[in-house]
Ligand binder design. Structure first.
Ligand SMILES: [Zn+2]
Length: 109
């Protein structure tokens, strides 16, 4: 369950930035290819914030689809799972988007 360690590092970063102000909402961007399950991340976040200035904060998850560029047929394909295959059947692909895992914003005070 890597969501727990991800949630912990998000909370750590958020608390560092917040100082002693309470945190209400944290928005993160999660790419489809990170294999992070949003519900699991929210659950782990709720555990990780306990006893911190972000206790009770809401985690909003912005989902980003994955995009591949195929080196064989040259098309950009949208994919939503971590299996890196172009619809043409080629695995010779470059990931353009979908590996994002970042804090977009936070509401404090
Ligand atoms: Zn292709």
């Amino acid at each position: 369950m890597h969501e727990l360690s991800i949630a912990r590092s998000i909370v750590e970063t958020v608390c560092e930035r917040a100082g002693d102000r309470p945190v209400h909402t944290v928005t993160v961007r999660v790419g489809a290819l990170t294999a992070v399950v949003p519900d699991a991340l929210r659950f782990c976040f709720a555990l990780a914030v306990e006893g911190t200035v972000a206790d009770g904060a809401r985690l909003a998850v912005e989902h980003r689809p994955g995009t591949l560029r195929c080196r064989r047929c040259g098309t950009d394909a949208r994919i939503d799972d971590p299996i890196l295959l172009c619809p043409c059947g080629s695995a010779d692909v470059a990931v353009i988007a979908g590996r994002e895992l970042q804090i977009v914003s936070m509401e404090v005070g």
